[in-house]
Design a protein around this ligand. Structure first.
Ligand code: GLC
Ligand code: MG
Length: 678
């Protein structure tokens, strides 16, 4: 009521004729009587309530009006309405962001290209590929429009398993170059917009690793770094476990007087990942390389990283076989040496370490796991993690390696479906047909099929991985017994992995230009290098290379191929056909791939969503490019694949939900993904 006293506006009285108010204000008695002012004030307030608002009304009076219900209530309603609208707007914005298609991450956009560093390019002429050699050939990736490159191990190593036996996780093997060479390669790759993925090998080290030597000598810190148990030098082994390369997993160490476990070579002792110090070492290694700027890891042999502590015998596949003749990995059910409880916790911990480096925009660190769990698809899928706990971005999908087993469209659809039907909701698929461990697809399926296989990989949804040389259709070499280098081949010549590791064929020059300085190569160059090489194929628009490049560019520029729906259309003894479309776009792609042994005519007239006439955008038989076909009569030769682009206003997927997949990872952001930048 202090305010009231200060009103000294005679016009107020004159204009409104409310003399009582002014009287009250000017009253001398009011000025004296502080004790009675409360009463007076309330009288005054009452009188104010009889006033009507007018323009130019003083603030003090206005304040009195504002508390009246007829002004206060609408004002409060307006206030809360504004709050509610603002909140609704924020919620709507978040929903739109969460539900709208987003840019794919780098590991989804481009195929991953695998380099086996011994075999890619030899810059110094010692017969073995090296880091500088890789740097010399980076333009190859620009040419192919490939952005992600995985380089198999280049750590310091005695090379018993060609780098998968690591002597020092923080050093480069001199055979491949120096740390400076590596840093230069990484910087150059980043300059060119390429990402570098490297191997991380947590299961084992080399027996030459400092840790192993200290462990053998029972250094208190390192004593439990490996898996040791009592045994006699000559007596029976602690249990019947066998290595992946054959024979017992236990080797007696005379320094320590105990046996150590190795799931691969005896020169590759298994680390004891139950030991927290070993786990910390692994985390330090991850930080070391991510700190250098490496963009991701391929986690090697993950299913082997823990073994059952009780060390019981594994059950034999054939219980009648004599225990002494159990020497191969196929003889046992690996209940105690693979996929043990705790394995996924380890991977999730490593993932969390990688995520620390993933938060900067453009710096997402990618993780792929490697585990040959062929017949246990559920085990494979677990490496995707769950919707709340991240693990790998994808586990390698090895199912298409089985493609040559049965050349039919139905079989290929079956292999594709194995992944699509079992992949957890919202995850991103991936495909490959070869690597440094398996025979080259062009040799087992036949040169005739390499184009259609590349077409499959580059038009399926998800990330394809290309093993070096597949882009030109390289084949296995023949390796005589005396030439065998691979330890697996020394145990069993037919299991040798040398044939698929031959030098990359760059040109028809000496050694295919793998090594143009001297005439030595660690494995022979394939005799077909004069015709099967990058230089020759660049000049030929119908070559495997030209087609690979065309398809990869198409995949990346056409949204339906990149991120769209994937729907099965047809499969029979020869042909596998599917389409890719994206809601909101009228361009769609139909693939008709003949994996059979005969030519085939495919009739798709029962699908009203497809136009009657279909124009071939690309055929693996390039003379058929541009051909117009009737949908009732689509002719393909054995090994021929067609990409047909067509216009449509009728989407296929809404009417065929059971045969269509969309990767939510491509289209929607999950709760976790909002946290990670790509
Ligand atoms: C993985 C590699 C293979 C290696 C093994 C042992 O399976 O792909 O080449 O021999 O691990 O590290
Ligand atoms: Mg292990």
């Amino acid at each position: 009521m202090e305010l009231v006293r200060n009103i000294r506006n005679p016009d107020f009285l004159d204009v409104e004729g409310v003399g009582s108010v002014v009287r009250a204000i000017n009253s001398p008695s009011e000025e004296k009587q502080d004790s009675s002012s409360l009463k007076l004030d309330s009288d005054v307030a009452e009188e104010y309530t009889q006033l009507k608002p007018y323009a130019g009304m003083p603030k003090e009076v206005l304040l009195l009006y504002s508390s009246q219900a007829r002004y206060r209530i609408p004002r409060e309603i307006m206030f809360w309405l504004t709050v509610a609208c603002t909140l609704a707007l924020v919620a709507l914005t978040i929903t739109v962001i969460a539900l709208s298609p987003r840019c794919l991450c780098w590991w989804q956009v481009s195929p991953v290209y695998q380099i086996y560093p011994r075999s890619f390019r030899d810059s110094d002429g010692d017969g073995v590929g090296d880091i500088k050699g890789i740097q010399e050939q980076l333009d190859h990736f620009e040419y192919l429009n490939i952005k992600s490159v995985w380089i198999s191990p280049f750590y310091r190593s005695p090379m018993k398993d060609f780098g998968y036996d690591v002597e020092d996780f923080l050093a480069i093997d001199p055979l491949f170059g120096t740390m400076k060479d590596f840093e230069e390669l990484l910087a150059e790759m980043h300059n060119k917009g390429l990402k570098l993925i490297m191997d991380f090998i947590p299961n084992h080290t080399s027996d030459q690793h400092r840790w192993f030597n200290l462990s053998r000598m029972r250094d208190p810190h390192y004593e439990d770094y490996y898996v040791w148990t009592d045994c006699n030098e000559t007596g029976p082994r602690p249990n019947n476990w066998v290595t992946v390369f054959g024979n017992s997993s236990w080797t007696y160490d005379e320094v320590r007087g105990q046996c150590y476990l190795h799931q691969f070579l005896k020169e590759q002792p298994d680390l004891n990942l139950r030991n927290p110090q070993v786990r910390q070492e692994m985390i330090d290694i991850i930080h070391f390389w991510l700190g250098k700027g490496v963009d991701g890891f391929r986690m090697d042999s993950v299913k082997f990283i823990l073994e059952a502590a009780h060390l019981r015998d594994e059950p034999q596949v054939d219980p009648n076989k004599s225990p002494e003749s159990v020497t191969s990995e196929w003889d046992l059910h690996h209940d105690y040496t693979t996929s043990q409880l705790g394995l996924h916790d380890l991977l999730r911990d490593w993932r969390a370490e990688m995520d620390i480096y993933s938060r900067e925009p453009g710096k997402y660190r990618f993780m792929v796991t490697q585990s040959y769990d062929y017949h246990e698809v559920d085990k494979t899928m677990m490496y995707y993690g769950t919707s709340l706990v991240k693990e790998s971005d994808f586990p390698f999908n090895f199912y298409l390696m089985d493609l040559p087993q049965n050349t039919s469209g139905l079989w290929v659809q079956h292999l594709v479906h194995l992944w699509m039907a079992n992949m957890p909701k919202g995850q991103w698929p991936n495909w490959l047909v070869g690597n440094h461990d398996k025979p080259r697809i062009a040799s087992i399926a036949g040169q005739n099929y390499i184009r259609v296989i590349n077409m499959l990989l580059l038009t399926l949804p998800g990330t394809p991985t290309t093993y070096y040389g597949e882009e030109i259709g390289m084949e296995n070499i023949n390796v005589t017994d005396s030439q065998i280098q691979d330890p697996a081949g020394k145990f069993n010549a037919s299991a040798s992995r040398d044939p698929q590791r031959s030098p990359m064929q760059w040109s028809g020059n000496m050694n295919g230009d793998f090594n143009n300085k001297t005439n030595v190569t660690w494995l022979p160059v394939h005799p077909d290098y004069k015709s099967v090489n990058v230089e020759v194929q660049k000049k030929d628009e119908g070559s495997v290379l030209a087609q690979y490049r065309f398809l990869n560019t198409l995949r990346q520029s056409e949204l339906p191929l990149h991120r769209g729906w994937f729907c099965y259309i047809h499969a029979d003894a020869n042909v596998f056909s599917y389409l890719r479309e994206l809601d909101g776009l009228d361009q769609a792609f139909l693939m008709v791939l003949n994996f059979g042994k005969e030519s085939a005519i495919t009739d798709l007239s029962s699908f009203p969503e497809l136009p009657d006439q279909l124009k071939v955008l690309m055929s693996t038989n390039h003379v058929n490019n541009g051909k117009v076909l009737q949908k009732s009569h689509i002719l393909t030769e054995a090994g021929e694949g067609l990409v047909i682009q067509y216009s449509t206003h009728t989407r296929f997927n809404p009417n065929h939900t059971k045969q269509c997949y969309v990767s939510e990872k491509a289209c929607y952001v999950g709760a976790m993904d909002i946290l990670y930048k790509c």
